[in-house]
Design a protein around this ligand. Structure first.
Ligand code: BGP
Length: 460
């Protein structure tokens, strides 16, 4: 083997409740913002494929876990659907949801697959959104209560917990760029949402640690997007630093170091207002840093200094401070339009080693979305050689980072099987396994077979 990984390396994949479970209106599940938005906008956004059925993991989980085992997974990330477990977000617990998650967790463990469980993957219960969502401190308290219930119900068996997946996404998509529900464009409110999420995460960490589970760890999953400046010119360097502050460090620093970067505070104070901070918050954040960090990595951000002065009449956005830069010659995923830059994974991990105490981490998402993947069907199998190459090249850099001393423990692909996605429905396929959306039939792509060998051999 040219690339041998350390003993016990975590091989697997990740998914989220809303994207795979289906059964969105069944067995007592309450509505979340996605169920609601889908009802409102299905024709416009989702080609009529929605979270109500998607890949129907809810009814196929046994078969899916068998497939996971077959392709060599030793770990798998799910998320719990808050509105399935607690239909109104607080109050009564839905016992059918408890049975479902117990069955999934037990089935994974029985098959030698360690469950990694995330508490929040963009899926606010609708009743709580109607109370203000993440802008409301009562909702933060409701989340704390939900987290505690999850730990108490499943913490005897689940040893890897995550408070949030990509908390920047609801901020950007829901409160800045008008892409996700509640479709608000307001920097000040976005700042409050981001801040309250950090507080909520710290509260969940505090509760988890107070329950003193043996061998358990709790972390957060961040989409760390390295910001590369166009040149060494000080203005470009500053632009890249500011992009990094807004998109990475606003969550990374409080979660891992227990404090916000001063430069970010100064920028926000100068152009907007700091969020509402409650007494004791800053100590809470300081004292409840995470044990482990999941890193989602898809593509870098190429930035340069602004070419033209900001229009001060336009709404405040992070992009006030930098422009995007189309680097000539960059390698693209031609099936989706995202840049592929494998070394980004190494740069992120070296940064964690050098500036974040070499916190224990793993790659919690990385993957390649491809439109119309059926066109690569041959001999009844999707021949996704492009995905094999994509994973292999990222793994090489991951291996290099381990050699360089980075404390990185695993690799999870996004995703196990094709699933419904927030804005693309079933357009971009990411899975090792393809799913026929009509019949729900599962079949292994070529990459699944390749990955089986990699995980069994612990390298390639
Ligand atoms: C990440 C999310 C996932 C997933 C993935 C792919 O940001 O954590 O939920 O959807 O991106 O993105 P998309 O489905 O938009 O192609």
């Amino acid at each position: 083997l040219s690339y041998k990984f350390p003993e016990g390396f975590w091989w697997g994949s990740a998914t989220s409740a809303t994207q795979i479970e289906g059964a969105a209106n069944k067995d007592g599940k309450g509505k979340n913002i996605w169920d609601h938005w889908y009802e409102l906008e299905s024709n416009r956004f989702f080609n009529n494929v929605g979270p109500e059925s998607t890949s129907d993991f809810y009814h196929h989980y046994k078969e899916d876990i068998r497939l996971m085992k077959q392709i060599g997974h030793n770990s798998f990330r799910i998320s719990i659907s808050w509105s399935r477990l607690i239909p109104s977000g607080r109050g009564e617990v839905n016992q059918r949801a408890v049975s479902f998650y117990n069955a999934v967790i037990d089935n994974l463990i029985d098959n030698g697959i360690e469950p990694f469980v995330n508490l929040y993957h963009f899926d606010m219960p609708l009743d709580l959104q109607n109370e203000g969502g993440w802008e409301s401190r009562e909702v933060v308290e409701a989340y704390k209560g939900y987290a505690k219930i999850c730990f108490e119900l499943f913490g005897d068996r689940v040893k890897k917990w995550f408070t949030f997946n990509e908390p920047i996404v609801p901020v950007e998509a829901g409160y800045l760029y008008n892409i996700h529900y509640p479709n608000i464009v307001d920097f000040k409110r976005a700042t409050q949402v981001a801040y309250n999420t950090v507080v909520a995460s710290a509260k969940a960490v505090e509760v988890y640690h107070s329950l003193q589970f043996k061998d358990g760890k709790i972390g957060i999953i961040l989409n760390l997007t390295p910001s590369y400046p166009r040149s060494d010119h000080p203005a470009d360097l500053k632009a890249a630093r500011i992009a990094d502050l807004f998109f990475n460090r606003c969550f990374l620093d409080p979660a891992v170091l227990g404090k916000y970067p001063q430069e970010l505070i100064e920028i926000i104070k100068e152009y907007s207002e700091l969020p509402l901070i409650h007494d004791g918050d800053l100590d809470l954040i300081k004292n409840n840093t995470v044990d482990i960090l999941g890193v989602n990595y898809y593509q870098p951000r190429r930035v340069k200094a602004k070419e033209y002065a900001v229009n001060l009449e336009s709404p405040l956005m992070p992009e006030w401070f930098f422009d995007r830069y189309e680097m000539p010659g960059r390698k693209m995923n031609k099936y989706r339009g995202w840049e592929i830059y494998e070394k980004g994974i190494f740069d992120i991990l070296i940064n964690l080693k050098d500036n974040y105490g070499n916190i224990e981490s793993f790659i919690s998402e990385n993957g390649m979305g491809v439109e119309d993947e059926e066109r690569f069907m041959q001999n009844e199998q999707i021949q996704d050689d492009y995905r094999i190459e994509f994973i292999r090249e990222h793994l090489k850099w991951l291996h290099k980072s381990i050699e360089a001393g980075c404390n990185v423990k695993g690799y999870h692909l996004w995703t196990f099987m094709d699933n419904w996605s927030w804005m693309n429905a079933y357009k971009n396929r990411y899975g090792f396994i393809s799913v026929n959306i009509e019949t729900k039939e599962r079949s292994l792509k070529k990459s699944a077979q390749w990955f089986t060998e990699v995980s069994r051999n612990n390298g390639f």
